[in-house]
Design a protein around this ligand. Structure first.
Ligand SMILES: [Zn+2]
Length: 166
């Protein structure tokens, strides 16, 4: 496998017993499908060791916005997506094999924005509440305005009735 940025060979390295593929040229790293989740929690030694190891390599990437091809599936262009609903860290994911490529510094950024399990759950509940509120709110608001309309109409009739009775 080659570094998708510099085409240098990726070096398979075992970190805490889990294999990742490192570009000792660009400081990027490739994770097989589902493997990244083992390295996202900065309080875990494995994640800390990998991030520290990657920091010693970094080469100018050139155009960072350029799409990269999956090191594992050379014909597939990786998709840029947000790592989490927080929309802070962008990662490259292969739609073919589910592998993930992180450029130099991206693992650090991911760690800086890491949420604990509790924070994640709170965010999930908050988003769920906002989502539900949106759906519950609109029919209720519609009903309210309907009632307002009726009561306004009733007022008009009441006034009209007064006018007529006078
Ligand atoms: Zn792939």
């Amino acid at each position: 496998m080659q570094c998708p940025r510099t085409s240098h060979p990726l070096k398979p390295v075992k970190v805490g017993g889990i294999k990742v593929y490192i570009s000792e040229h660009s400081g990027g790293v490739f994770f097989d499908n589902q493997v990244l989740s083992n390295f996202t929690n900065p309080s875990e030694l494995r994640a800390e060791v990998l991030a520290k190891h990657l920091r010693q390599f970094s080469a100018p990437l050139g155009d960072e916005s350029a799409r990269v091809k999956c090191p594992k599936c050379p014909d597939i262009v990786m998709m840029r997506r947000y790592f989490s609903p927080l929309r802070v860290v962008e990662i490259d994911e292969c739609p073919g094999c589910g592998g993930i490529w992180l450029d130099t510094g991206e693992l650090d950024t991911l760690h800086e924005n890491h949420l604990s399990a509790k924070e994640r759950e709170m965010l999930r509940i908050k988003m769920l509440e906002e989502h539900q509120a949106f759906h519950i709110d609109s029919p209720r608001r519609y009903k309210l305005s309907e009632q307002d309309g009726r009561s306004n109409l009733e007022k008009v009739f009441a006034i009209a009735a007064d006018v007529i009775s006078d």
